[in-house]
Design a protein. Structure first.
Length: 331
């Protein structure tokens, strides 16, 4: 039965026509399907601006540096605006160079030493934050954030003053406590002492991130687990081993992964402290790429070193990701 009201024609549900009541339903289904597709596409649309900005700001320079790495681009070619392609010559020269492999080995050991110190000390500070009272926790948290927020160049300048051979606080402090041979010690005269200063600087700036991350992870552990452990007769060490550490393990592995990336590509601290000296013995791969590319004006060689640095970092991170995945499977 068809009913007309104010110029609008509708179909009664009792109508014998099979198509009558189905038409509105089909329209609702179509509109619902369109809304569903739009809701599914919304996250991707929201990510689109950031993705485009990343491609423009990072993707283009990455492609450009790969192209330059296959060129012979020195000061002459740069002035003449000429492009000389030399294939894999830059890569072959570096992969057969002892200096490159010594620098790569130095970079790996430098990264491992820093990451171990950062994770151990940072985790201990995070555990300390969880044990402190409210006021002391606030004070220590503010101090950590201030150290974390300090600009890298400013922090490097402070450390250069601290370890200055004439007026440095470090030499004065050691001399005051009876180590008189350190009164005017030049910390930047040897490879080991220079690396010690750089490592102290990097560790000092990286501990806040690890400590605050570990403290945040500790707050997610229910107190009932510790009560159950105490009821089972577990002491402090067993409570840490069977309750705290398993809960912290995912955070610990993820933070270590980030620190490996950040330390391996550390550039400003190494360059600003002593320009990779003495005698280029403290150069890591990022600094080595900069010195060869910009300092010696061998831009193609510097680009090739940069690409090889990225590949080595990808290999290290891939190996570490395999460890993380295996740990997650075991959990």
């Amino acid at each position: 039965m068809t009913v007309q009201s104010e110029g609008v024609q509708t179909h009664s549900p009792s109508s014998g026509s099979a198509g009558g009541p189905k038409a509105p339903v089909l329209k609702r289904q179509r509109s619902g399907s369109g809304a569903g597709r739009l809701s599914k596409a919304t996250p991707y649309l929201l990510l689109l601006p950031a993705t485009l900005a990343t491609l423009v700001l990072l993707g283009y320079p990455a492609v450009k540096i790969v192209l330059i790495s296959f060129q012979k681009l020195n000061m002459f070619e740069l002035i003449q605006h000429t492009t000389v392609w030399n294939g894999f010559q830059n890569y072959t020269d570096q992969l057969t160079s002892g200096e490159f492999w010594h620098t790569a080995e130095r970079s790996v050991f430098f990264t491992l030493a820093n990451v171990v110190l950062i994770m151990v000390v940072g985790s201990l500070v995070g555990l300390l934050l969880n044990r402190l009272g409210k006021r002391m926790r606030l004070f220590l948290s503010v101090a950590l954030i201030l150290a974390w927020a300090m600009p890298v160049v400013a922090a490097t300048t402070v450390y250069q003053w601290l370890f200055d051979s004439q007026f440095g606080v470090a030499d004065w402090f050691l001399s005051a406590f009876g180590w008189h041979s350190m009164a005017h010690y030049n910390w930047f005269s040897t490879q080991l002492s220079t690396f010690a200063v750089i490592t102290l600087l990097i560790v000092w700036m990286s501990i806040p991130f690890v400590a605050l991350t570990m403290y945040a992870a500790l707050t997610t552990i229910p107190g009932e687990l510790y009560e159950a452990a105490r009821m089972d007769g577990a002491g402090m060490w067993k409570s840490f081993r069977f309750v705290t550490f398993p809960a912290l393990k995912p955070f610990f592995l993820g933070t270590t992964f980030l620190e490996v990336i950040w330390i391996f590509k550390a550039f400003t601290q190494v360059l600003a402290v002593n320009q990779g000296g003495p005698d280029r013995l403290t150069e890591t791969l990022p600094v080595y790429s900069f010195v060869e590319g910009v300092g010696n004006q061998h831009y193609g060689v510097g680009a090739a070193i940069a690409v090889l640095t990225i590949l080595i970092l990808l290999a290290l991170t891939a190996y570490y990701l395999r460890i993380i995945l295996k740990q997650e499977d075991e959990l």
